[in-house]
Design a protein around this ligand. Structure first.
Ligand code: GRF
Length: 219
């Protein structure tokens, strides 16, 4: 055993965040490794990224199940052989339930075992289309913001409501298109997500009363 934190990265699409985690895991000193990539979509490009990197994949189509809980029960069954410590949602377009959250709760660290990245401030906006939200391009949110806040958070049973681990502001410049903002934001996502996984792996995260503390210095 390498002693590294073993990740299951869940994707539904292109998987640029997955790629940033794959690249981080290639550094010998990085304290995590990807045990498996899971997708609910057989055509997700993220699966090809995993295969190119020699990482096992599990495809579990949600359409084959009658409920979220049954879908997750099958995912959990498939994950047993991969010895997963932490579930990393990376563009996984499914709301998860207590079935998954309970299975991966990390009792030793007293921490949730599922994390997610969101392109907006989860206190202000939850759900899909976070960059469109920040650009004021959603019918219900026509106001363009001065910045978005890339957020990594622990997952709870709500939609993007779990305790925030870290946020990084990304400015929205005059003249930006949605693609400009997305490109700028994804660059930040690709740095931030591997950094948070490192903090988790190094035992630097604590959660008390729904508030995350990051331990700096020796642990
Ligand atoms: C990212 O913007 C992430 O914040 C959001 O979904 C997108 C996934 O992109 N949850 P990718 O598949 O990692 O390229």
């Amino acid at each position: 055993m390498s002693g590294k934190l073993r990740l299951a990265v869940f994707v539904s699409g292109g998987g640029t965040n997955l790629q940033s985690i794959i690249d981080s895991c290639h550094q010998e000193s990085y304290p995590a490794e990807i045990a498996v990539v899971v997708s609910n979509k057989s055509k997700a490009y993220g699966l090809q990224r995993a295969e190119q990197a020699g990482i096992p994949t599990e495809i579990v189509a949600h359409k084959d199940f009658n409920s979220r809980q049954e879908h997750e029960t099958e995912i959990i069954r498939r994950l047993e052989k991969h010895s997963v410590d932490l579930v990393v949602l990376a563009g996984y377009m499914r709301v998860v339930t207590d079935v998954l959250l309970k299975r991966f709760f990390n009792h030793a660290r007293k921490l949730p075992g599922v994390i997610n990245i969101h392109p907006a401030d989860t206190r202000a906006y939850q759900g899909a289309h976070g960059y469109e939200y920040a650009m004021g391009q959603l019918e219900q949110h026509p106001e363009r913001l001065a910045q978005t806040k890339i957020t990594v958070h622990f997952v709870d049973s709500g939609v993007d409501t779990g305790p925030i681990v870290r946020q990084v502001p990304v400015p929205i410049e005059a003249g930006d298109t949605l693609d400009d903002l997305r490109a700028r934001g994804l660059k930040v996502e690709h740095q931030l997500y591997p950094e948070v996984i490192r903090l988790y792996a190094e035992g630097r995260l604590m959660l008390n009363d729904n508030v995350v503390t990051i331990i700096v210095g020796a642990v």
